[in-house]
Design a protein. Structure first.
Length: 236
């Protein structure tokens, strides 16, 4: 295909599966390849953003990092959807809880994504767009959590453009029922909608913005595997 390789992905067309499970940290993508995939082959190392294609229970699957923030995931998922023929992207990542009934290690399945980003302005819509995940994937993910006995909640997240935010107003988002804060899902869901494809995000609570509880970077990289179990269960 004429558009591949892209400036950000070194793979040729056909080297990436139609379903890609993505994580912000490329080392988490490497962990997924080692834990879940058979015969994994690395297809990307441009800018250190690792990507691998292999098989999971006989199905061809790719895993890849997407970096931090909506500009980063926006680039990678746009290229995957529009240049590599990818049909489904599932993001697994971390999020900061802003509801008191969420705890470290709980899963958040993002039904929708509020945002303080201007990402949707590119579409020149005559109003506010509400980015949502694919319902069939969402329903399967919730069923998988029930089956596996994993604590989870389904609902809205906030995709923020700012990590060190001097005026976050998390209390205001919390009063609107938003479950957690992260930095990528809105752009993923918008790219999926615009390209006519499917996406879902499953996050692990890595810290609690209200209580101050936190996990270490090593714990986030190596032990947040429940969301991976759920993501790969969507392929069964």
């Amino acid at each position: 295909m004429a558009n591949t390789p892209t400036p950000h992905i070194g793979a040729q067309y056909g080297e990436i599966a139609e379903t890609v499970i993505m994580a912000g940290d490329p080392l988490r993508a490497k962990l997924m390849a080692e834990k879940f995939l058979d015969d994994a082959v690395q297809f990307n190392n441009v800018r250190g953003m690792l990507g691998f294609t292999g098989t999971y229970k006989g199905k061809r699957i790719s895993v890849m990092g997407h970096g931090m923030g909506m500009p980063s995931i926006g680039i990678y998922t746009y290229e995957l959807f529009n240049f590599y023929g990818v049909k489904t992207i599932v993001r697994v990542g971390s999020a900061g809880a802003i509801q008191t009934d969420l705890h470290l290690g709980d899963l958040v399945i993002a039904q929708g994504a509020c945002t303080n980003s201007n990402y949707a302005a590119q579409y020149e819509l005559p109003g506010t767009f509400a980015p949502i995940g694919d319902f069939q994937l969402l329903r399967k993910a919730a069923d998988a959590c029930d089956r596996m006995g994993y604590a989870y909640k389904v609902g809205n997240v906030l995709s923020s453009d700012v990590f060190y935010n001097e005026n976050a107003h998390n209390d205001k988002w919390s009063t609107m029922g938003v479950l957690a804060v992260e930095m990528e899902i809105a752009a993923l869901y918008m790219n999926a909608a615009r390209s006519g494809n499917r996406a879902l995000a499953i996050c692990t609570v890595s810290d609690h913005i209200i209580t101050g509880e936190v996990t270490t970077a090593e714990e986030r990289q190596n032990t947040f595997t429940k969301m991976m179990d759920v993501a790969f269960s969507l392929l069964d």
